[in-house]
Design a protein. Sequence first.
Length: 303
Amino acid sequence: VSTQSTGVDKPKKKGQPINIFGTMPLIMFCGFPCSGKTTRAKHLYDYIKNTLKKEVVLLNEETLLLDKKCSYKDSLAEKNTRGTLKAAIERHCTNKVWVLADSLNYIKGFRYEMYCIARGASTPHCVIFCNTPKEKVFELNSKQTESEKWPETLLLELIMRFEYPQSHVRWDKPLFTVGLEEETPIDSIVSYLTNQSAKPHVATVQSKISDPHYLYDLDKITKDVIDFVLNAQNSMGVGHLISIPNCNKKVQLKRVIGLPELRRLRRQYIDLSKQLSQTNTNIVNMSAVQITDAFAEYLIANI
């Protein structure tokens, strides 16, 4: 099990009490198809339910009655699948239940949205990356029953699109990386999560948006940011760090981003802000710099 540069604090020594009350984490599994995610998720589920005696829910395509092969057959189906998973995670992510998100979770933008949901609910979260080699994944898939086997073309496409979790970015942190033959570090995971006191991030602590000044600022600032990024790309090209005015974040474009894609990301961010506002407070008090930082972070996670 990889523990270097994961941002994980050392587990408490034996004999020290663990506070398992008042904190119900979101645990996100991540990895290729057939990499062992569901097996590990079920082991962790049993541990939380039978040993910790806590309420826990396991969310994946199977428990949500989705056909995994049909769920990822094209971009529209995949988008609908992520929407269903997100809605289920958001519905269960409270201070009353542990949530195990057992899916591919291979897009960093989706992991960022789950991070925002966890922060908005004031609950800790972590990512468990099942680091199984591609060759082994194909071997394991070939041994599945016909009903469970992934089509090889689809399997390869999903592997090629996989965005590896990074231990230095906040939405993948803390990151537990586990090899195929390694045991899931359940004690370390539980020790870390049950000793955290998650504080809502200003970008995810939001209220019902009724302040017209905030709506105006959100609309104007996000438009100014995409205009600035597009102009910087046109003048500097890709690969450079872009310093956005009134922002503590720097955006790096690793490929050419068109205006339609930037507009789409802007609309998604505004919709996400409004959605989270239904259950959280204080967003209308965000300063211009805080709004800019939050939107820049969203861009970083999705480009």
